[in-house]
Design a protein around this ligand. Sequence first.
Ligand SMILES: *Cc1c(COP(=O)(O)O)cnc(C)c1O
Length: 226
Amino acid sequence: MTDVMLREAAERRARILAAIASAARSARRDPSDVTLIAISKTRSVEQIEPLIVAGQRDFGESRVQETQAKWPALRDRYPDLRLHLIGRLQSNKATEAVDLFDTIHSVDRLSLLDALANAAIKANRFPSVYVQVNIGDERQKGGIGLADLPAFIDQVRATPLALAGLMAIPPLGPEPGPYFALLAKLARRHGATGLSMGMSSDYSAAVMLGATAVRVGTAMFEDANA
Ligand SMILES: *Cc1c(COP(=O)(O)O)cnc(C)c1O
């Protein structure tokens, strides 16, 4: 880690935290109610560590295998890190996921929920889970359909896994605001407190509309004017 890498990582993170705080205040929210998750998929340990040194503690990965390769050594050195799984998870990876992650943002079907609950009981380790919602009703996308959401939330609440809230990735293209607002409305309706929404291009809008966790990759790792 060179001084330049450390300084640039700290500056990028500080700029994003300032933008989050400004968006929160404009919506009369407390900035400390928003967790900035640095999405580190495809980034190397050498790129990640300067952000940890700058104070970043929440990181998100999309693949179990990549996480196993990158994070155990960092976890040993920085025991207070929190790891989030944001990608599609196969049920046969539930044991590994329970072992690796503190929070899982992509729970969207009963077979996966059951596999995670069973793995958690066996390991006596209980990650909290977000229910991923297919908010734009897109055929290709992960996430539970809107019609199935109420029953699925009840099913999550019947497991020993804590419901962290709802998560969504809005469709590419249209303004994301209406989708963020819809996810917030669904969370209120179902008494779910957490809202995992907003990425590099739209996290300010997400915070204004109630996000409690933003998932920021590119803007955390790349200089906007590079
Ligand atoms: C990659 C990814 C992100 C981060 O995207 P950026 O545009 O790089 O900030 C956020 N959420 C999910 C689910 C992702 O897969």
